[in-house]
Design a protein around this ligand. Structure first.
Ligand code: FAD
Ligand code: MG
Length: 343
């Protein structure tokens, strides 16, 4: 009788484990893509090999982790704590955020301040997308002394960040999405995914080789058309493709358009005839920072900077409907109203 009970228990346990195993397999089924809202934008991840549910879950958890550290819209984030302590005290931060701020400083120096992560006060003043309005010249001039990446003090031994002047504020809107895209690719590759597309609101990363061995085709947003309409497409091997443009976040007043990419020296949206700049390279954080930097620098200085960076290319789209590319770009125009112009 005792033996029989033991047998029944053993069978029950066996069935329990088999059911659990089957449940685990069905929970971790393969999916070709997953979409979620994060970082204030739409994030689409498509994994074409080994795209298990668990891998998508890990990628989106990581994106949320990054948002919680780096979003100025979250009061408890490390970045908000740094900003609140500006001019008062250094703040100990997570090493991921420290790393991104270090890189942001590097790109600020490289672009001679065209990219500047201390644009926070300007972003708040113009309020684009929130309480958009044209500030007075006086308001802008009062803020300009606060916009200076040289006043970010980093201590790598203590992982502390200090903004030297009260009122300063970091904004990583032009670099953190790229970091998140790099992290998404890292996680996917570590999980054995051999090919895929990460698209975090225009921060695109195509990785691996397509099954049929042809090049990846990546569309570039048509600045004059609604979201999703491509002006043309790039053909590329594994690369990240990041665009900064004036068409996503802007407002109009008195027939004039004001967008979200600021000239840190003037305090106004950068205006130099460009509609968008797309940077193509191997690291999405670098591409993100560079696309913003090059947009502010304008075509002449921007293309000169891109040419100094190995493995890096760019597509420039202008208001006059001309398009210029650097030498390594394979780009096809689909909207006939645009045309290629010589350098
Ligand atoms: P990019 O050219 O890559 O970046 C432009 C953005 O960078 C501007 O919006 C501004 O924030 C900043 N910037 C402007 N000029 C300069 C300059 N000269 N140098 C350096 N930086 C500059 N959006 C929401 O609406 N709600 C959210 O809750 C929200 N949370 C976010 C959280 C995180 C962690 C990140 C990274 C972004 C978040 N966003 C959110 C989006 C963000 O506000 C920007 O609009 C977005 O990152 C712009 O990206 P882009 O690729 O269009 O342009
Ligand atoms: Mg950028």
């Amino acid at each position: 009788m005792k033996l029989c009970a033991k047998k029944i228990l053993a069978r029950c346990l066996c069935i329990f484990f088999i059911l659990n195993f089957l449940l685990l397999i069905s929970c971790d089924r393969i999916e070709s893509s997953h979409i979620e809202e994060a970082l204030g934008t739409v994030c689409l991840v498509s994994l074409f090999e080994q795209g298990k549910k668990s891998v998508y879950k890990n990628i989106f958890s990581r994106i949320q982790e990054i948002e919680k550290l780096m979003s100025v819209n979250i009061l408890s984030s490390d970045i908000s704590r740094i900003n609140a302590a500006a001019g008062k005290t250094p703040i100990n931060v997570h090493e991921d955020l420290f790393y991104v701020i270090e890189k942001a400083k590097y790109f600020a120096q490289l672009s001679e301040g065209a990219f500047d992560p201390t644009v926070g006060p300007l972003v708040s003043l113009w309020g684009i997308g929130k309480n958009s309005h044209i500030p007075s010249q006086e308001e802008i001039e009062n803020l300009l002394p606060l916009i200076n990446w040289r006043n970010i003090e980093l201590d790598a031994s203590a992982y502390t960040v200090f903004l030297k002047l009260e009122g300063m504020a970091l904004d990583l809107g032009a670099i953190a999405k790229g970091y998140a895209a790099d992290e998404a690719v890292r996680i996917a590759k570590q999980a054995g995914v051999t090919r895929g597309i990460i698209d975090l609101g225009g921060n695109v990363f195509v990785f691996g080789e397509k099954k049929d061995k042809t090049l990846w085709k990546v569309g570039i947003q048509n600045p004059n058309e609604r979201r999703g309409d491509a002006i043309g497409f790039l053909q590329t091997t594994e690369k990240t493709i990041v665009t900064s443009g004036i068409y996503e976040r802007y407002f109009e007043e008195n027939g004039k358009s004001y967008h979200h990419i600021f000239d840190p020296f003037q305090g106004y949206p950068a205006q130099n005839g460009l509609l968008s700049v797309t940077v193509i390279t191997d690291n999405s954080m670098n591409a993100d920072a560079l696309s913003t930097a090059v947009f502010v620098l304008g075509y002449k200085a921007g293309s000169a900077l891109i040419k100094t960076l190995p493995g890096t290319d760019a597509v420039f789209i202008f208001e006059d409907k001309s398009i210029k590319t650097t030498a390594g770009v394979n780009f096809t125009i689909m909207d006939d109203s645009f045309y290629f112009a010589e350098e």
